[in-house]
Ligand binder design. Sequence first.
Ligand SMILES: *[C@@H]1O[C@H](CO)[C@@H](O)[C@H](O)[C@H]1NC(C)=O
Ligand SMILES: *[C@@H]1O[C@H](CO)[C@@H](O)[C@H](O)[C@H]1NC(C)=O
Ligand SMILES: *[C@@H]1O[C@H](CO)[C@@H](O)[C@H](O)[C@H]1NC(C)=O
Length: 505
Amino acid sequence: MASRVSIGAFCVVVLSLTGVFASEGEETASKEFVLTLDHSNFADTVSKHDFIVVEFYAPWCGHCKKLAPEYEKAASILSSNDPPVILAKVDANEEQNKVLASEYDVKGFPTIKILRSGGKVVQDYKGPREADGIVDYLKKQSGPASAEVKSAEQAKVLIDGNKIVVVGVFPEFSGEKFDNFSALAERLRSDYEFGHTLDAKHLPHGESSVSGPIVRLFKPFDELVVDFEDFDVDTLVKFVEESSIPTVTLFNNDPNNHPFVIKFFNSPNAKNLIRCWNGQAMLFLNFSNELFDSFKSNYHDVAKQYKGQGISFLMGDLEASQGAFQYFGLKEDQVPLIVVQTNDGKKYLKPNLEPDHIASWVKEYKDGNVHPFKKSEPIPEVNNEPVKVVVADNFEDVVFNSGKNVLLEFYAPWCGHCKKLAPILDEVALSFESDADVLIAKIDATANDYPSEPFDVKGYPTLYFKSASGNLSQYDGDRTKEDIVEFIQKNKDKTTQQSSAKEEL
Ligand SMILES: *[C@@H]1O[C@H](CO)[C@@H](O)[C@H](O)[C@H]1NC(C)=O
Ligand SMILES: *[C@@H]1O[C@H](CO)[C@@H](O)[C@H](O)[C@H]1NC(C)=O
Ligand SMILES: *[C@@H]1O[C@H](CO)[C@@H](O)[C@H](O)[C@H]1NC(C)=O
């Protein structure tokens, strides 16, 4: 679970660095077009609308502040749409609204949901975050799930070569297969675009003499077009989801690739894929590298070879991948490199890769012959402050093998509560200075990997106490010197060294 959360976080970091979500807000509105909802009027308002968009936000959230003027602008434009589209917001930080937030499974901010049919159908908003993009996306979402394609010109507009488009070809727009296609479009409309046509000749690729019923999926990569003829709804959903994952996902500054990058990092969460996906391979290099083509073609071959075997493949341009480098603890002088992250959070690395290494290294990894790699700050040469510094590379030694009672703080350099706690921990450490059994330590959890099992760090600071005999518990008492000292006194064990010293006495 911990690794999922961080994958999500990483995705946001990467994308904000590439500017996908970046936007310059212009404050224009005096009249507010965005409806403000709360626990008292939410259900009533939603039940009156066939289509309403709700943003769950928190006042302190930076992405929410960035979104606010864009969202307001979109609301003002959409208020004169025919029919008008209503945009609303809920302050999910407000105590009384927290039930709503949990009902709608709000895990981060902002979370935007599309509520249909008086709130009976709930979808995630997956569109852009600047006004024009929001307007376009919501116009499409509030219209029919699938648009009829009546000419080659209409087909060209819909199938623009940048995104996944699913078109049903039918001899007539009725019958069970057509109904199932419509159900498919309704289910997946927030992720893909759908169309239906009576004439396959309008479509840009694929066999044009078919009369259907057939489902034709267009994609901007790999084989470009795939036909499918099984009209069971769940089978159709699976077909669309699987066909829309590129053999190799490209990550560079081209915004057309970003939806696929987001998918790449989120796909292990997809319910139907959770069992078979066990890792993500990422090849990072400078796309201007003279060997780019050999890297690409070799990597593609390997990806094809492992298709359906639980590894997904991404190729990232150094320039677009700063967030990833930070997240994985990689260095620029290691490129070209390949890193695999498994679903249990382990990482495997091959730095300074050559095109010919790819296949053999991935095989070694698959066979279990590569050791995991840890992100670590260097082990400090002097570690003589009261609170000792733990990094990934000395974690085992200090925390598990020192035979001491260890109070360990997981902190982040930017975290205000951690800064407040720092002098208190210093005092705690000083009060145990003469007790060789007790060690007070801290680890920068953003710069070092640590075992996500048993350390379940959901926020900073998180304090764990491991007794000398290995009893581990999370400290969730008050963060005062007195309480922490008392907790340690109560839970610490005597170490073997001391008990033997006592026996000598
Ligand atoms: C339509 O979908 C339903 C539900 O998935 C399925 O039972 C049925 O067989 C499908 N009809 C056709 C013609 O495939
Ligand atoms: C990638 O390589 C090109 C050409 O050698 C160079 O100009 C560019 O600065 C490099 N990009 C990065 C991010 O190092
Ligand atoms: C471990 O801690 C728990 C909870 O504080 C306590 O009940 C238990 O007796 C401890 N076990 C050992 C071996 O110290």
